[in-house]
Design a protein around this ligand. Structure first.
Ligand SMILES: [Zn+2]
Length: 114
């Protein structure tokens, strides 16, 4: 997971939205297999997965990424579940989370839709 794209999630912080070295984030342990970050300025703690396609996913990043790649290549939900050795309902749940994030992106960022 690329932590250089993370930023302070506290809307009232002066560093809200700043990424890379300007974000001034430090690692603050782990929560549900995901790194937790802390803003040096406001001390707000949040999951590095917050606001990303990984939010709410309980499996490891590698398994999730592998499953998404297989689905993007056209594999069925059942085939993907067999390949990454998990239940088909787990893959389906991941698809719903992913679809919500992608649709939010298109609704708020797509220059064609705005
Ligand atoms: Zn902050």
């Amino acid at each position: 997971m690329d932590l250089t794209t993370c930023y302070c999630r506290n809307r009232y912080c002066a560093r809200y939205g700043l990424t890379g070295p300007q974000a001034r984030l430090i690692r603050a342990g782990w929560h549900r297999r995901a790194p937790q970050l802390e803003c040096v300025d406001c001390r707000h703690r949040f999951s590095a997965r917050a606001g990303t396609a990984y939010a709410g996913i309980r499996s490891s990043d590698l398994i999730f990424r592998d499953g998404v790649r297989q689905l993007a290549e056209g594999a069925s939900i059942r085939a993907t579940a067999r390949n990454i050795e998990c239940d088909k309902d787990t893959v389906l749940g991941g698809c719903r989370v992913w679809a919500d994030i992608v649709s939010d992106y298109w609704i708020t960022s797509c220059v064609i839709c705005i």
